[in-house]
Design a protein around this ligand. Sequence first.
Ligand SMILES: NC(=O)c1ccc[n+]([C@@H]2O[C@H](COP(=O)([O-])OP(=O)(O)OC[C@H]3O[C@@H](n4cnc5c(N)ncnc54)[C@H](O)[C@@H]3O)[C@@H](O)[C@H]2O)c1
Length: 268
Amino acid sequence: MAEDTPRKTVEELGKLFDLTGKVAVVTGAGGTLGHALCKGLAVYGADIAGWDMKTDIMDDMVAEVEGIGRKATATAVNVTDDASVKAAMEKVIADHGKVNILVTVAGTAGNRQPAETFDIDEWQKVMDVNVRGTMLCAKYAGAEYEKQGDGGKIITIGSVRGFLGHPGGYAAYGTSKGAVHLLTKQLATEWAKKRINVNAIAPSIFWTPLTQQVRDDPELVKIFMARIPMGRAAELDDFIGAAVYLASPASDYVTGLVLSVDGGAVAG
Ligand SMILES: NC(=O)c1ccc[n+]([C@@H]2O[C@H](COP(=O)([O-])OP(=O)(O)OC[C@H]3O[C@@H](n4cnc5c(N)ncnc54)[C@H](O)[C@@H]3O)[C@@H](O)[C@H]2O)c1
């Protein structure tokens, strides 16, 4: 064993996944995955600043996080709006004193349409929420991390659709998630020396309002399941381990990773 390599104590190793004392901003916190990740991060010790379009859709999340014994706040934010995101980040600092983790879950699928007749305004809406929204939230978290001077974690939410095309009308959604993956790598590279880790989680399909259009079409469900080697949709709790890992000291030397949590969908 190399004597000159710094090693953690047993006690420090036991805290590799500990988020106690950390403040996590989670966007889309009133949505399905956002709420689940707020709960998961809180179980591992983080306080939660939830962002979503309206505060009342985060009531259940706030109650659940407080029930775990962590602090939770809910702020109305439009992630596509620079002034709204800036004000929300200022509110996080006022309410919680700092920010250590950002998870950009807010997203939209828009309506799937054939590329040759795709409504370009609808296409732009998807790009705005998924790409511009991710960029704006990361921008203000990065600026805050820089001020705080002790690094930070950013977790974006990509998708299997960011790796692979699909005949089912994904010209907007797939393109936006491909951009989220590359934005993640770009920010990771740019901020690596500042100890800001930027990684993505790329889920396969799970059942939420965002995928209702697919769920309503049994033929499409069959096609989707056939493409997942494990043969099932993801469950919400499948994503919690990945989020805790990427938010915690366990991933301090990991940056620019797009971590597939997808039942093997992009493996073959
Ligand atoms: N459901 C899936 O199968 C699936 C698969 C891969 C990736 N994803 C991604 O996971 C994330 C969460 O999706 P979900 O399925 O939980 O959807 P959801 O519809 O349950 O949640 C999305 C949340 O984002 C919020 N939101 C949308 N636009 C916003 C804006 N401009 N500002 C602030 N908040 C906004 C919505 O209000 C909603 O609460 C999305 O980024 C989605 O692309 C989902």
